[in-house]
Design a protein around this ligand. Structure first.
Ligand code: DC
Length: 219
């Protein structure tokens, strides 16, 4: 069974998806990490999002893996662990740029579908319920005010990268990214017609988890 959780940057999708996947015993697909890994790989190879011909060549050699470890899930590009490297602000922006390239989306969509085939997955991202898994059993779309998303994102970055980041800067970065993700031609971010939309601005993580579980349990 596939359950999708979509929404804009910093809304807490990843945190919520991980909790629900644990409680249901499902696997967790972090599709954003795949866009981030692809962007980092392209950057390391000196290829920009505009150069589709070069991208096609280098992406043949890109293998993204998610590995469970005692410190949580690790993200590998071929054999290199890039878990922390893909979380910088620079890669956030770059991932969003590469995500507007239709060829990139086609490649990653196929990888995502292959990964979850015949398994139970919580798939989290921007286009999971709309374009990648339109037949998902349950679809959720999380949203929240920009200021609260910036606050959550800055907290997350501090935790992952260990550096304090200015919230105004993060707000600017995520609002630019929202803009790109929502207005691109290829699979823009929007809620699926059959998604349950949850505005999490005034909700705790626990409230959101309970709300999602109540929908899944038919309560
Ligand atoms: O969820 P995230 O911040 O890790 O995602 C990084 C970027 O990747 C995001 O700005 C847009 C892109 N992305 C996408 O286009 N589609 C997805 N399903 C997931 C992420």
């Amino acid at each position: 069974m596939i359950i999708t959780i979509d929404g804009p940057a910093g809304v807490g999708k990843g945190t919520i998806a991980k909790i629900i996947s644990k409680s249901l015993g499902f696997k967790y697909l972090d599709s954003g990490a795949m866009y981030r890994a692809l962007a980092l790989f392209a950057e390391l190879n000196g290829v920009t999002e505009k150069d589709s011909d070069k991208l096609k060549k280098i992406l043949i050699d890109l293998h993204i893996q998610f590995i469970d470890s005692k410190d949580g899930e690790r993200v590998l590009i071929n054999t290199d662990d890039v878990t922390e490297d893909i979380r910088t602000n620079e890669i956030s922006t770059l991932a969003s740029k590469f995500a507007a390239n239709n060829f990139v989306r086609t490649i990653l969509r196929e990888m995502q579908r292959r990964l979850v085939k015949n398994k139970d997955y919580i798939a989290e991202g921007r286009d999971m319920g709309t374009y990648v898994f339109p037949d998902a059993k349950y679809k959720f779309y999380l949203d929240a005010d920009l200021a609260i998303r910036a606050k959550r994102r800055a907290g997350q970055l501090k935790e992952i990268l260990g550096i304090a980041i200015n919230e105004d800067r993060v707000a600017k970065e995520i609002s630019d990214r929202d803009n790109l993700d929502m207005t691109r031609e290829s699979c823009p971010l929007h809620p699926a017609d059959d998604a349950v939309i949850i505005n999490t601005t005034d909700m705790s993580i626990d409230d959101v988890v309970k709300k999602i579980e109540s929908v899944i349990n038919g309560a």
